[in-house]
Design a protein around this ligand. Structure first.
Ligand code: SF4
Length: 232
């Protein structure tokens, strides 16, 4: 498999936000969202075996110092991300190996690739691309049937038009009753000015005005570190 980076950081999104997490970023994506903040993962990367990746994750999971009395110290959460991780079929045995090693595994995917081949226990964070992502209508509707009670659906919202799309999609497909959480996240402005952001306060006010059963998500790592920092 081809890997862009493996690193330890704080989970910035989803209901797991704030937890220490090891990220495995797989190389390559078949979409080109206008506000993509990981375009560096489209090309290049390093070839690694599933075993190499699991070993590197194990190394990163170990604490820097032994904590007295801790039965199972270290990081237990791993996220498989990209790019689009589901473009590489080895992601399935990788998720299985990581779970067999005792990790809780999340996968973040665009929603365009089928998720049904993944083990049920893998927590799927599935995007539905909104119109102003430039990748509207890429969501694979049959993925809705493969979602479970631990999974989450995420909309990244750039404009009022995106918000209305997300609101209607959530209602039409009864998402709040299908998954653990529906997430609405404002686009974070590009620090180099390549795309504008959506004010978090604006999105909060729209959600509150409609009383939607969704969780607003901010990309925590962009507040802890510089928004353009890589490997965090
Ligand atoms: S699907 Fe994700 S990695 Fe691919 S272009 Fe969109 S935001 Fe970037």
């Amino acid at each position: 498999m081809v890997i862009t980076e493996i690193f330890r950081s704080i989970q910035g999104e989803s209901t797991h936000a704030g937890l220490p997490c090891i990220f495995v970023r797989l190389t390559g994506c078949n979409l080109r969202c206008t506000w993509c903040d990981t375009a560096y993962a489209f090309y290049g990367g390093t070839k690694m075996t599933v075993e190499d990746v699991v070993e590197r994750v194990r190394e990163l999971a170990r604490p820097a110092e032994r904590v007295a009395g801790a039965a199972a110290p270290g990081v237990s959460l791993v996220e498989l991300t990209g790019g689009e991780p589901l473009l590489q079929p080895e992601v399935v045995p990788l998720a299985e190996e990581l779970m067999a090693s005792g990790f809780n595994v999340l996968i973040e995917t665009s929603g365009e690739r089928p998720i049904a081949a993944l083990p049920h226990e893998v927590i799927k964070i599935v995007d539905v691309k909104c119109p102003d992502s430039g990748e509207a209508n890429t969501f694979r509707l049959e993925n809705l049937d493969a979602l479970g009670e631990n999974d989450e659906v995420k909309f990244v919202i750039a404009t009022r038009r995106d918000y209305e799309f997300a609101r209607e999609f959530t209602a039409r497909h009864g998402l709040a009753g299908r998954v653990r959480q529906v997430l609405f996240s404002p686009v974070h402005a590009d620090p180099e000015g390549s795309w504008p952001g959506l004010e978090a306060r604006q999105l909060a006010e729209w959600i509150l005005a409609d009383g939607l059963p969704v969780r607003m998500g901010l990309q925590l790592h962009k507040f802890i570190w510089h928004p353009s920092a890589r490997g965090v």
